[in-house]
Design a binder for this molecule. Structure first.
Ligand code: NDP
Ligand code: ZN
Length: 374
């Protein structure tokens, strides 16, 4: 492999979930370079709520995986909405070229051989590796994109249309793709589909724009009316403040072909009311992943009125990522982004403000070349 950059990557890492909001600049060894691997010199990286759950270790009862890794760093770098240039490619890479601008989302590897991988469902491959905090077969724990470089399998590095600026591409790589996949799978082939988007944060605001660009009638559901004007600017046809309109579900009976739940917690989510507004046999799909002890509580009786289905959707496929980038390029929608320059202080600011819900609607960390001298 021709290496014209340091063999060690640099990134902002934690070693203890108690210090989740103070990642420190660290050097670490990347995973072994495989024949299908690509090294990306990072230009910018979005901040997804998943970072908070990982850094605080709220999705697992085990200690952080990196602390017991067989080899590789004993610290954890997060970040999975990565945009950058390809600076090295493995011998068997055919999907990317050196010098090309690519995006990488929340998945960096899969087996590429199972029926799921072959059927454009590689996000559900049993050997899937997430871009950070996830174990490769050899024990290395993956390290994310708040970093100088990231190493990933070529399948998960997506070519970016020239017309979209990197800071807007970054949030599409995880958040955008995660909502594009269930919206596409849920409304394809329907005439005048009605889609409800629940929780207008990073994922939710992109879901409004994506569903709209795909021709749906879109209703935004938020807990209060504070985001009404923004949701309408994003393209929502209707807005419901669930915490302020006690009988909202009565008025929306038989209203939806699809509900996409983007809320990061269920504590203020009235699931019974949401299920009641679906048309017969239609889907409530959750992409929101709350902390481990936060559950959906449902009685079978709730389903008797309209026979709805409850499901969850994870990320999206390479094919869907490429479709989404094309949709954004041709239809012109862009995530609402606030940029923050990368540094220890910048990472701290982004994580703590996201944790406090103080974001309209996605942070993208920028200025990586200046900071890392790349
Ligand atoms: P944000 O924090 O940006 O948005 C979350 C939204 O959830 C808030 O804006 C708010 O919307 C709503 N919300 C917050 N607290 C509550 C509560 N107590 N009860 C009900 N609703 C609440 O997060 P992201 O958009 O970045 O991520 C959303 C979720 O999606 C996270 O759980 C994340 O881990 C998950 N995720 C899942 C993926 C997957 O593959 N399935 C991939 C990526 C992320 P409002 O103010 O409008 O009510
Ligand atoms: Zn994410």
């Amino acid at each position: 492999m021709p290496v014209d950059y340091p063999r060690e990557f640099q990134g902002f890492a934690i070693t203890d979930p108690k210090d989740w909001d103070h990642p420190k600049l660290t050097s670490y060894e990347p995973k072994k370079f495989g024949p299908h691997d690509v090294d990306i010199e990072v230009e910018c990286c979005g901040i997804c709520a998943t970072e908070l759950f990982c850094l605080k270790n709220q999705w697992s009862s085990e200690p952080l995986a990196c602390l017991s890794s067989a080899y590789g760093p004993k610290s954890q770098v997060v970040g999975h909405e990565v945009v950058g240039r390809v600076v090295a490619v493995g011998d068997d890479v055919t999907l990317c070229r050196k010098g090309e601008r690519v995006g990488l989302g929340a998945q960096c590897s899969s087996c590429m051989a199972c029926p799921r991988c072959h059927a454009h469902n590689e996000q559900y491959c049993a050997k899937s590796v997430a871009t950070y905090c996830s174990r490769y077969e050899d024990g290395y724990v993956s390290q994310g994109g708040y970093a100088s470089h990231v190493r990933a399998h070529e399948q998960f590095c997506f070519p970016i249309p020239a017309e979209i600026e990197s800071q807007y591409v970054a949030p599409l790589m995880c958040g955008g793709l995660t909502v594009y996949s269930p919206i596409k799978r849920g409304i394809e082939g329907l005439e005048n589909p009605h889609v409800g988007v629940i929780g207008i944060g990073g994922l939710g605001h992109m879901a409004i724009m994506i569903a709209k660009a795909m021709g749906a009638h879109v209703t935004a559901f938020s807990r209060s009316s504070k985001k009404r004007a923004d949701a309408e600017k994003m393209g929502a046809d209707a807005f419901v403040a669930t915490g302020e309109q006690p009988n909202w579900s009565k008025d929306l009976f038989d209203g939806f072909d699809l509900l996409v739940n983007c809320a990061s917690s269920t504590t203020q989510l009235d699931l019974d009311a949401f299920l009641s507004v679906l048309k017969v046999n239609k889907n409530f799909i959750s992409v929101g992943l709350p902390e481990m002890d936060d559950k959906f509580v449902l009685s079978p009786l709730t389903f008797m009125g309209n026979g709805p289905c409850v499901g969850v959707s994870k990320l999206g496929s390479r094919q869907e990522a490429i479709e989404l980038l094309q949709l954004a390029a041709t239809r012109g929608f862009r995530p609402w982004v606030e940029t923050i320059k990368i540094s220890e202080a910048g990472v701290h600011e982004g994580l703590t403000r996201l944790d406090a819900g103080d974001v309209r609607y996605r942070f993208t960390l920028v200025g990586f070349h200046d900071f890392f001298g790349t």
